[in-house]
Design a protein. Structure first.
Length: 324
């Protein structure tokens, strides 16, 4: 059996999956990452995935949001709205400082788990997916700074500017195409890692779900001005639905894919830090409800074998056969 953890994007709403995972970790009594063979995350979910891969506990990741969230998404509300029209709402400096204080100068190759972190290349118009060296041909990303990976996957349009890492490539938040990365996770498991679809167990965590509301768009001939305010929600809702459908089709048995993303109202925004306590409480509550179901699927025993990367920072890998 192979177990996969997939975590959506959602800005400060990442407090919800972080709280959920911290509550589960407290119940099972050992590091949560011990139970998963592959962890995939988008944007804020990518930060959580990177933290788990580098050995942080779910509680430490939740503390990251509590400590740094207010400084990352800070400032006058009116000024933020006005800035969002012409330039990004927030400076990336507080986020970069928070990530640097948490991850230091560690690199992707130090992950103890297979990781997949999507982003988007603005120069080529192609997807850009960061991966640990869990296949022989994945021989570059493991050298990249974890902070660079996190900043590229979290560079959400209008919220943060495009991120350019050491290589100079302009990268954007992968919410454009994989805000719910569960299909990316299953394709990686089957297509790259060669795992049997019947052996997969997937836990997909959202950052809460707000019902799609296009109001007049259902019945009136509205134009660009109206749709400009709604289209992002339409795209992300459609992407999440299609990702779940593809993942379920590839796995075969729907019971082996568990999706947790409670439906809420509009009060939880990507940068609404005042609702962090409510998101924490919601994560804890949902974990309490879900544990009787997910314990037997994901948390009865740790993964059968440790992750052995094919390329290591010290130049050895794949059973110490060396880099290829």
């Amino acid at each position: 059996m192979r177990r996969i953890l997939s975590i959506d994007g959602g800005g400060i709403k990442g407090v919800f999956p972080a709280s959920f995972l911290a509550a589960v970790e407290d119940s099972v009594g050992r590091p949560l990452a011990d139970y998963f063979d592959l962890v995939v995350g988008t944007s804020t979910g990518g930060i959580i995935a990177l933290g788990l891969g580098l050995g942080l506990s779910a509680k430490q990741i939740l503390d990251f949001y509590i400590r740094y969230g207010p400084s990352i998404f800070c400032g006058n509300r009116l000024l933020r709205v006005m800035r969002g029209i012409g330039v990004s709402k927030y400076s990336p400096a507080p986020l970069k400082n928070a990530l640097t204080e948490t991850f230091g100068n560690r690199r992707l190759g130090e992950s103890q788990k297979r990781l997949v972190i999507p982003s988007f290349n603005l120069d080529s118009g192609e997807v850009h997916v960061w991966k640990t060296s869990h296949h022989p041909r994945l021989d570059r990303d493991y050298k990249v700074s974890v902070v660079d990976v996190a900043l590229s996957t979290a560079a959400a349009p209008t919220y943060f500017p495009t991120h350019r890492g050491a290589a100079g490539t302009p990268l954007l938040d992968d919410g454009m195409w994989a805000n719910n990365p569960v299909a990316v996770a299953v394709v990686e498991a089957i297509g790259i890692l060669g795992w049997n679809p019947a052996d997969l167990r997937v836990l997909s965590l959202g950052c809460t779900t707000t019902p799609l509301d296009v109001d007049w768009g259902r019945s009136r001939p509205v134009g660009a001005l109206y749709w400009g305010l709604k289209i992002a929600d339409v795209f992300m809702t459609a992407q999440a639905s299609s990702a779940m459908g593809m993942a379920q089709h590839l796995i075969g048995d729907r019971a082996n894919l568990v999706r947790i993303s409670p439906i809420v109202g509009k009060r939880f925004g990507l940068d609404t830090v005042k609702e962090m306590p409510s998101l924490m409480g919601l994560g804890d509550t949902e974990a309490r409800k879900a544990l009787p179901t997910i314990r037997s699927l994901f948390f009865e025993y740790p993964t059968a074998e440790p992750f052995e990367p094919c390329h290591r920072l010290e130049g050895r890998g794949c059973g110490d056969k060396g880099s290829r």
